[in-house]
Ligand binder design. Structure first.
Ligand code: C5P
Length: 285
């Protein structure tokens, strides 16, 4: 059976504003998704008559409640020539962190199985299947940088080139559930949509120096009240020399933009000495 190795990369949100609550239970938002190098690894093969999923992290489900499994199920439903798939998943992206790990795994399964099937499904079809799995799964089908609206599935991919940015990610022990974060969110009267639009404009112009000024995440206050460590980590990242820092998605991880790889390593070593979960990674552009 032919095997394919796939990297399922994480994302951060450079900007995220909620614009309203919808009648379908979701929220409308405007956000900038940014792929980063931190990644899970998938080994995929097509064949047999069942779906097998193996995950190295025993705290994660290895059945149909795992989004990677559901992605395989959806793919097999669309492609009558195949009725089984085998997935091995090595986790590196922490969960409950706002880094989109589960969503990226699901997108990786869709893309990988499609490659093994000789590109049977178009990217558009993969994006549609992805949207049925979760709001940020479609982004991971293409990755890179994207301005997203709707519930996160309406995407404008931005042709960002040459942004060499080192990133530090700190994950507190506590995790945050996306669903609970949305439920706990208080819609505010003041909007910071201008930040998201400025980020989009700067990125389209391939102008990265001022990006830190516009970083914004509506979830920060809520995260701070449910997990005060998020605010403390952000403050410490700024004090230790990061040019900017922000909550990742709906939390609980926080990222910082470092001036150089040496800076990133120095800052991360300090966190590691305190026994914290920290990653040094890079923006993908
Ligand atoms: O789409 P996904 O399954 O990743 O979303 C998880 C939960 O987060 C949803 O069930 C919903 O409660 C909330 N959500 C939301 N608005 C969005 C995205 C997610 O309310 N735009």
């Amino acid at each position: 059976m032919k095997k394919l190795l796939v990297q399922a990369r994480a994302k951060i949100n450079l900007g995220l504003e909620i614009t309203g609550k919808r009648t379908d239970g979701y929220h409308d938002l405007e956000t900038i998704f940014q792929e980063i190098e931190l990644a899970d690894r998938l080994e995929l093969s097509l064949g047999g008559s069942e779906i097998f999923l193996e995950v190295d992290d025993r705290s994660l489900p290895a059945d149909e409640s795992n989004l990677a499994w559901r992605a395989a199920e959806l793919f097999l439903r669309e492609t009558p020539f195949y009725s089984g798939a085998r997935i091995k998943l090595w986790k590196k992206i922490p969960r409950g962190a706002g880094l989109g790990g589960g969503s990226s795994d699901a997108a990786g399964v869709l893309k990988g199985l499609n490659r093994l099937a000789g590109g049977l499904l178009s990217t558009e079809t993969l994006m549609k299947l992805a949207a049925g799995l979760g709001s940020d799964v479609p982004f991971f089908i293409k990755g890179g940088t994207a301005y997203a609206t709707g519930r996160g599935e309406i995407l404008e991919f931005l042709p960002v080139r040459g942004w060499r940015q080192d990133v530090i990610i700190v994950k507190p022990e506590a995790s945050l559930s996306t669903e609970i974060m949305y439920r706990s969110l208080k819609i505010e009267l003041t909007s910071r949509l201008e930040n998201i639009r400025m980020l989009r404009r700067e990125l389209l112009a391939n102008s990265f120096l001022d990006l830190g000024r516009y970083l914004f995440n509506r979830f920060e206050k809520t995260a701070d009240s449910l997990c005060p460590e998020t605010g403390i980590i952000k403050q410490r990242l700024l004090e230790s020399g990061c040019g900017a820092a922000l909550l990742c998605g709906s939390g609980s991880a926080v990222f910082g933009l470092a001036g150089s790889l040496e800076d990133a390593r120095r800052i991360s070593d300090n966190w590691k000495r305190r026994g914290e979960t920290v990653f040094v990674t890079k923006i993908c552009s």
